[in-house]
Design a protein around this ligand. Structure first.
Ligand code: MN
Length: 214
């Protein structure tokens, strides 16, 4: 897939004060993270944090893995006025809260929304939603790659890959939101989002199974 127009901005440790100001003007920001693996936080660590304003741009931050000090990112995450859109935030919010020591507020999870309103489909991957709502075919092959390389050593393909995980989320959220309203599942969706932090605490405490199951 060719997406040559994405504007990519790279940051070491944290976004700068000017970028923070720009991002704070947004009502909605798409977020995603890359880690050294899927077992966050005990085995794997947070490697990258990506944001998008929805205008085909990506802000890619490599936090300092010695101290994970990123006060400007935390300001965005804790800002209740900015909706953070993400796909499967059970993973990203867990890593962000654990490593950046913050409380992520005001989230919209496109995977949970999709499972509640797209009951006609078994496929709720980001790839499936990008295809259905944006008509684009995402190449997910670089998903499992070494995100711990120095920021300057990440290839253009890797940078485009981790940008693709945020640039479509605004459009997807708008479509899913309309469907949740249409299917009368918005209240149920909101209850699920309220439970997400508890689900994450269970994950971090080692209760990874579904405790509601018989
Ligand atoms: Mn990603």
């Amino acid at each position: 897939m060719v997406l040559n127009m994405t504007q990519i901005f790279k940051f070491k440790n944290d976004i700068d004060a000017n970028t923070l100001k720009q991002l704070e003007k947004q009502e909605c920001l798409a977020i995603d993270t890359e880690g050294s693996g899927l077992q966050i936080p005990h085995r794997d660590k947070l490697s990258l944090v990506q944001f998008s304003t929805g205008n085909n741009d990506a802000y890619i931050v490599q936090p300092n893995r010695e101290n994970y000090s990123a006060p400007n990112i935390v300001k965005i995450l804790e800002n209740d006025k900015i909706t953070k859109i993400g796909h499967y935030l059970r993973y990203d919010v867990s890593g962000l809260e654990y490593f950046l020591k913050c409380n992520v507020k005001n989230i919209f999870d496109t995977k949970i929304a999709s499972k509640l309103c797209r009951t006609y489909s078994q496929n709720h991957g980001l790839k499936d939603l990008v295809f259905e709502f944006c008509g684009k075919k995402l190449d997910k092959r670089l998903g499992s790659s070494d995100w711990n390389k120095n920021l300057d050593e990440l290839t253009d393909a890797q940078l485009q890959y981790c940008s693709n995980d945020v640039i479509f989320l605004h459009k997807i959220k708008d479509e899913l939101y309309k469907m949740l309203v249409r299917e009368n599942r918005l209240v149920l969706y909101e209850s699920c989002i309220k439970f997400l932090k508890t689900r994450i605490k269970l994950d971090q405490g080692g209760f990874t199974e579904d405790i509601f199951q018989h």
